[in-house]
Design a binder for this molecule. Structure first.
Ligand SMILES: [Zn+2]
Length: 498
């Protein structure tokens, strides 16, 4: 068996300010840079990525892996037409040049929007089908936040999505996609499919599988349906990625089984029972000042940190990572010893390096890239300034190299608030950036992270409490505030209250 493997991941927030160009895919940040051919194997192997699971599974089955290309950009606004066409063009050209293949296994996100195409993955799969024909087995590992379309379901023989948010099972999802591909090649039989879309959007914060309705759906309901549906091959629940103004935004269910009836029965049951939890998908959040006041009150009697998620500026959802709403609230409250990070501000990081450790200066922190925001001008001391990369920790990214360019730790002179600066956009999904700057997160009173949910994998075990703050940023938690123009008719932008 010769199997081609490729990865092309982007989660597109069509309401965010900055687009993903080719350069955004080419460079490494908190994941590997764009890699081609055999270099792809070393870049993804032993990482917690779908391709790692795909490659290991194919090899264990005795297949020859034909590595094509792997790349991922930090979530942002649209993928530029140039980047999309170059990368898709390369993948298709590599497949054409790969010689005889028995199958194709892809790692995609499922919520990619190009400047010129709303269904990034559906279009890629359509072009791929046109090139390789309908006999070629194609399976795909997708993110739990995929906005799955009928086109994607039609063009691929099998889709399989992460089942954990924080995404601690990316490699396992690759394993499942590869196993089904091998089965299709060996038996010559493709599973029957069923696809259902729900009629309300699930806010990202409510997709967390650690608690609430999402925990029930993924940890109880799906295993029950799997046990009770004879001939089921695969069952996925997509939470959808809300901040995308496309017709197919929102949650969906995909089932694969030996028969059409079994697939339809499983999909209908999962869609119906998830929809019955609609009101419980409404998330709890507080305005920034209220979140900080609550955190200070909790921190007074606690020996462990209170963690605040600055969810609307989550770079993992397309936030610039430099908005100042929660920083201003910390300063106004005089939250001495609290830390906020990482604020993505290369200019201020450069300045900190120029000033040097121990020096102090007036900084214009963040507030440079989100419309309506402005920098926080304040005198601060430079406690640390580093230029080296490090290795990520925690259940999601553990072992992956991180390189955010120049980083620095500031302390505001008047309030004693700590500010972590980085130069390249990345979500603060684990504590290693704080440790890199020689902080001990466990001993801090308040930690503000630029993340919606992923931070929970590493921070929840050390946190006294977790609060979600609403401050300016494009990763809108109240989706009824967003000017959707293309969302399909009848779709509710927020879950309906009970
Ligand atoms: Zn995701």
């Amino acid at each position: 068996m010769r199997i081609a493997v490729a990865g092309f991941q982007h989660e597109t927030n069509t309401f965010a300010p900055v687009k993903a160009d080719f350069e955004a895919f080419r460079v490494a940040k908190s994941f590997p840079p764009l890699v081609r051919g055999p270099a792809m194997l070393a870049a993804v192997e032993d990482k917690k990525l779908p391709s790692a699971g795909i490659i290991a599974t194919l090899r264990a089955a005795g297949a020859e892996v034909v590595p094509l290309l792997w790349c991922m950009a930090t979530p942002s606004a649209h993928v530029t037409e140039d980047a999309y066409e170059r990368i898709v063009g390369e993948i298709l050209a590599m497949i054409a040049a790969a010689g005889p293949l028995d199958g194709i296994c892809l790692e995609l996100h499922g919520a990619m929007v190009g400047e010129h195409v709303d269904d990034g993955e559906g279009e890629l799969l359509k072009r791929l089908r046109r090139q390789v024909g309908h006999q070629m087995p194609i399976t795909v590992a997708l993110d739990l936040h995929a906005n799955v379309t009928a086109g994607m379901v039609a063009e691929a023989d099998y889709l399989d999505l992460y089942q954990y948010y924080p995404h601690t099972d990316m490699a396992e999802t690759g394993v499942r996609a590869a196993k089904v591909l091998i089965d299709i090649i060996r038996t010559g039989r493709r599973p029957a499919k069923a696809f259902r879309q729900l009629d309300f959007i699930i806010p990202v914060n409510s997709g967390c599988t650690d608690f609430g309705p999402s925990r029930e759906v993924y940890r109880e309901l799906m295993p029950a349906i799997e046990r009770e549906t004879p001939g089921l091959v695969g069952l996925s629940f997509a939470c959808g990625f809300p901040q995308a103004d496309i017709a197919d935004v929102g949650p969906s269910v995909i089932a694969y089984a030996a028969t059409e009836t079994a697939a339809a029965t499983a999909a209908d049951r999962l869609a119906r029972e998830a929809a019955s939890r609609e009101s419980r998908y409404l998330p709890e959040f507080f305005p920034a000042a209220e979140a900080v006041a609550k955190a200070l009150a909790i921190a007074r009697g606690a020996s462990r940190p209170v963690v605040i998620a600055d969810t609307q500026d989550n770079p993992g959802g397309g936030g610039p990572g430099d908005t100042t709403g929660v920083l201003r609230a910390l300063l106004a409250a005089g939250a001495r010893g609290a830390v906020i990070g990482a604020i993505i501000d290369a200019e201020s990081a450069d300045k900190a390096h120029a000033v040097g450790e121990g020096g102090s200066a007036v900084f214009a922190i963040g507030g440079k890239r989100y419309p309506g925001d402005r920098p926080v001008e304040t005198r601060a001391r430079v406690l640390r300034a580093r230029s080296d990369g490090w290795t990520a920790l925690g259940g999601m990214k553990g072992g992956m190299p991180v390189d955010l360019g120049r980083t620095a730790l500031l302390e505001t002179e008047a309030e004693g608030v700590l500010v972590v600066l980085a130069s390249r956009v990345a979500q603060t999904m684990e504590s290693s950036i704080f440790r890199h700057l020689v902080l001990v997160p466990e001993r801090l009173p308040i930690i503000v992270v630029k993340s919606s949910v992923h931070f929970r994998a590493d921070f929840a075990p050390m946190a006294e409490a977790i609060l979600v703050a609403k401050a300016p940023g494009p990763v809108t938690i109240d989706l009824s505030e967003l000017p959707y123009a293309k969302a399909r008719k009848g779709l509710r932008l927020m879950p309906r209250a009970g």
